[in-house]
Write a protein that binds this ligand. Structure first.
Ligand SMILES: CC(C)(COP(=O)(O)OP(=O)(O)OC[C@H]1O[C@@H](n2cnc3c(N)ncnc32)[C@H](O)[C@@H]1OP(=O)(O)O)[C@@H](O)C(=O)NCCC(=O)NCCS
Length: 179
């Protein structure tokens, strides 16, 4: 199981680690940047989350593992692994700052999320991606996600569709994948 605070290194200068609840302001700052930068990628809105108080940001650590991508120690991206009350965990809130894109931070975040999901004992990691978000879909496919066939309107944005993808995680000790 990944240890808290452990850096998972990647391309030069890039690393991913868990955020702790005491770092809720880092989570808030990244999330608000994400909502301002790419509103059509997310179900929530900047207006809504600008109103969150400290307790609300801290509560996000109770329901999800929060991961941050660092470029020479500076936060440049995030992803959350939501522990669904039933079923498999979900990768949500994926975002990399525009200036840091196409250098591997997104792939590092996806791999760290998969590692966290495996550590939870899950057989798979699921996500929803907007139908128009071809860049994110390409990233997820490259990392091994496949469409499940499920689709829906993006919550809060009925004009946009999104579809589900799933990554099968290895069964511990066998090298095989659960299906
Ligand atoms: C999607 C996103 C997280 C990718 O982050 P990133 O750090 O640029 O991703 P990586 O550098 O690890 O990309 C890995 C691979 O994914 C694919 N990929 C990533 N972005 C892509 C794009 N815009 N177009 C096509 N392929 C893309 C490529 O295969 C890429 O490899 P390459 O650069 O060698 O061609 C980033 O563009 C982002 O934050 N977008 C806005 C928010 C968003 O859409 N979030 C997803 C919500 S589901």
């Amino acid at each position: 199981m990944p240890s808290t605070g452990e850096d998972r290194g990647g391309p030069a200068g890039l690393a991913v680690r868990r955020l702790e609840p005491a770092e809720w302001e880092t989570l808030r700052d990244l999330r608000l940047q994400a909502l301002a930068d790419t509103p059509a990628a997310f179900a929530s809105t900047l207006e809504r989350e600008l109103g969150f108080d400290e307790a609300t940001w801290r509560s996000r650590f109770e329901t999800s593992v929060q991961l941050v991508a660092l470029d020479d120690g500076v936060p440049v991206g995030m992803v959350s692994v939501f522990r669904a009350p039933e079923g498999e965990p979900h990768l949500v809130a994926m975002w990399v700052a525009p200036a840091a894109r196409r250098r591997g931070a997104g792939a590092l975040l996806v791999r760290a999320a998969a590692s966290e999901a495996a550590a939870l004992g899950a057989g798979g990691l699921r996500l929803y991606v907007a139908d128009h978000n071809l860049g994110a879909e390409a990233l997820y496919r490259r990392e091994g996600f496949e469409p499940t066939g499920a689709s829906q309107a993006l919550p809060g944005r009925p004009e946009l569709g999104e579809h589900e993808m799933r990554l099968a995680l290895p069964v511990p000790g066998t090298g095989a994948e659960r299906v």
